[in-house]
Design a protein around this ligand. Structure first.
Ligand code: ATP
Length: 353
């Protein structure tokens, strides 16, 4: 219920710049994921939004009001960390009611809101259990509930699912999304897991080395990564990138990929070296295709096959459905990539062409 604006936001620790010149507007009621590898500055950004850390440059505004210097308690933010902070001597119900009590909400209203949030997060059966004896999964669910129940205008979650098991993580992805839909809070979610960001966020802000690289909807960053880092980081497996050279051929301009053959016709303004990018799931087996690589490994994962491919210095993966006939390990796999699915990146700058 609040718009967050970060303008030229930066944070140094001594000589080290943890975040540089961040410009990002998070809309009222929007769910934005800050995504990037460990140490890229996600938590630094989040802590500055929360008011736990002061910027060394730039500005943060909530609905136009400057927040620099405003203490956390007066920012109207709810914060859930990787390591949940739960009062273990209290029951689940008491933990959920804690913030409402502190706000002076009436007893009947407390009961109603605790009941609702417990239902939403499937905590109803354990409302009267003491938190001390609960599993990590339930405790993290409770931590989320305890922050959400006070309906903060801004809800900040820093890797809230990294300590829970995989099956539970999948369930929680759905629950967090519906929680946010219901309350329409502005939600900022820190994660290094691209799947979490892709499945939950309205927009993803991809970061690396203290810099914001790209902001867009999950589909935008998946389809049109701004550089090779984003191309590799988004998707599982990430985008294939083969180093090649722009060359003229009878069929028009193509990318010469040496041992792997060449691309189909491409439109590219520059000559020289490029990265030829394509998504593993958009590879088309094609006996007459211009690309050929050796199968180095075959992984069968349920409904998918992942072919690991190699040719000279090139490595790539192809994701196919399990019905697709594939060559044996060591044999050659011929394929093509639809022209519209080819992404080219400058080999020097690593930027999309
Ligand atoms: P992670 O998921 O590992 O927490 P992150 O993307 O959240 O990664 P940050 O915690 O924001 O990264 O840290 C960014 C960089 O700033 C890291 O290199 C970290 O070592 C450094 N850093 C963070 N806090 C401090 C501090 N108080 N003093 C010195 N360096 C710090």
């Amino acid at each position: 219920m609040t718009e967050i604006v970060m303008q030229n936001l930066g944070r140094d620790f001594g000589d080290f710049t943890a975040l540089a010149d961040m410009n990002l507007t998070i809309g009222d009621g929007e769910f934005v994921a800050l995504l990037g590898p460990s140490g890229c500055g996600k938590s630094t950004t989040m802590n500055m939004i929360a008011g736990m850390l002061e910027p060394t440059s730039g500005e943060i505004r909530f609905d136009g009001r400057r927040m620099n210097g405003v203490p956390m308690a007066r920012r109207g933010v709810g914060f859930v960390f990787q390591n949940y902070a739960i009062f273990t001597h209290m029951s689940v119900r008491e933990n959920l009611a804690y913030g409402l009590k502190a706000q002076g909400v009436s007893r009947s209203e407390q009961a109603r809101r605790v009941g609702d949030i417990a239902e939403l997060l499937q905590l109803t059966p354990m409302l009267d259990r003491r938190a001390a004896g609960l599993s990590v999964n339930i405790l993290q669910r409770l931590a989320i509930g305890r922050s959400a129940v006070v309906e903060p205008a801004i809800f900040l979650l820093d890797e809230p699912l990294s300590n829970v098991d995989a099956a539970f993580r999948a369930t929680m992805r759905g629950e967090l999304k519906s929680l946010q839909r219901q309350f329409r809070q502005t939600m900022v979610y820190v994660t290094h897991d691209q799947l979490e960001a892709m499945t939950m966020a309205d927009r993803i802000a991809v970061m690396d080395h203290g810099k914001l690289l790209q902001v867009g909807t999950p589909l935008e960053v998946y389809n049109n990564p701004v550089d090779t880092f984003v191309a590799r980081f988004i998707g599982a497996p990430g985008m294939n990138l083969l180093r090649g050279r722009v060359t003229g051929a009878d069929t028009g301009t193509v990318i010469d990929l040496g041992a792997a053959g060449h691309s189909g016709p491409v439109t590219v303004a520059q000559g020289g070296e490029v990265w030829f990018g394509f998504r593993p799931e958009l590879v088309q087996p094609d006996a007459a295709g211009p690309l050929a690589m050796q199968v180095s490994m075959i992984e069968r994962i349920g409904a998918r096959i992942i072919l690991h491919l190699a040719a000279g210095d090139h490595l790539a993966k192809a994701v196919l459905d399990s019905e697709t006939p594939v060559p044996a390990q060591g044999e050659t796999f011929r394929f093509s990539v639809p022209q519209t699915e080819i992404r080219l990146f400058d080999a020097q700058t690593e930027r999309a062409l």
